[in-house]
Design a protein around this ligand. Structure first.
Ligand SMILES: C[S@@+](CC[C@H](N)C(=O)[O-])C[C@H]1O[C@@H](n2cnc3c(N)ncnc32)[C@H](O)[C@@H]1O
Length: 256
């Protein structure tokens, strides 16, 4: 499928260029550690037992990971008995995912493409999941309706993203502070100084988009940093994330 990218939307092309440069030893080591570990979530590595992102009953379920990166979430789902498929915009990320599949002996289909337009039939999955993947890098008005198309009635959409508050407080470089740096009114697309494009839709518009796309919102978990947690990432520190949620887990059900 789509390996050249000539027809991709502008933000998808830009994000592909940036993500195709994000590889090398750090990414390889990070991917290997994630694949080797039990499920845990976000930049604070909160264990699944404290932050239940993956459903309990994955056995036999068809799952698509939208923006799968190095594929560890799909690997965890496969070990729990699901049949995952990963799609990612970056061939380099997928190359690392393929290498991990070989090293860990867990294999599932990996597609190179845009999660806003997935080459799979309607209603072919029971679960669609994104951990800082499509949810952070795709236009919500494109990828959420696409997730609805891909899910069977009763299927579950799960995503973990930076919180709205973090998006408002984080500067282009360095950690989030206590000052609001951008307007929430109209917030949707954020152009970064490295040429990449993020998307962050505030709560009200996101709830309405989910509803209009055929979802029923079942949960919104605000994620604070666990006590004494640490992170490799520099855009938020422990003191901030102990007081304000740095991330959010959303769970929505495709209506029957
Ligand atoms: C922060 S990573 C998150 C993925 C995974 N959880 C990980 O950490 O490896 C973001 C991923 O989203 C992918 N991505 C960005 N835009 C995308 C798009 N339009 N379609 C599919 N994947 C996309 C990037 O290539 C990257 O692999």
């Amino acid at each position: 499928m789509d390996s050249q990218g000539a027809d991709l939307p502008e933000h998808v092309r830009r994000n592909r260029e940036v993500w195709d440069t994000r590889h090398g030893a750090w990414f390889g080591a990070k991917a290997r550690a994630q694949w080797a570990a039990e499920p845990h979530w976000g930049i604070w590595a909160t264990p699944q037992s404290e932050l239940p992102v993956l459903p309990d009953d994955l056995a036999g379920k068809d799952l698509i990971e939208l923006g799968c990166g190095t594929g560890y979430v799909s690997a965890w789902a496969a070990r729990a008995g699901a049949r995952p498929v990963g799609i990612d915009n970056s061939e380099h990320q997928l190359a690392t995912a393929r290498q991990m599949q070989q090293e860990f002996g867990v294999s599932f289909p990996l597609l190179h493409g845009n999660a806003e337009s997935v080459p799979c039939p309607d209603a072919s999955f029971d679960v669609a999941i994104s951990e800082h993947g499509a949810v952070s890098w795709c236009d919500p008005y494109a990828w959420i309706p696409e997730a609805a198309r891909l899910l069977r009635p009763g299927g579950e959409l799960i995503f973990l993203r930076d919180s709205t508050l973090l998006a408002l407080c984080v500067p282009d470089e360095g950690p989030a502070g206590r000052t609001l740096l951008r307007e929430q009114a109209g917030m949707r697309r954020i152009d970064n100084s490295d040429g990449s494009v993020n998307f962050s839709l505030p709560h009200g518009p996101m709830v309405r988009l989910l509803r209009d796309s055929g979802f029923l919102l079942e949960d919104l978990i605000e994620v604070y940093a666990p006590e004494n947690a640490s992170t490799d990432f520099d855009y938020v520190d422990l003191e901030w994330a102990r007081q304000w949620p740095s991330a959010e887990v959303w769970k929505a059900r495709r209506v029957e």
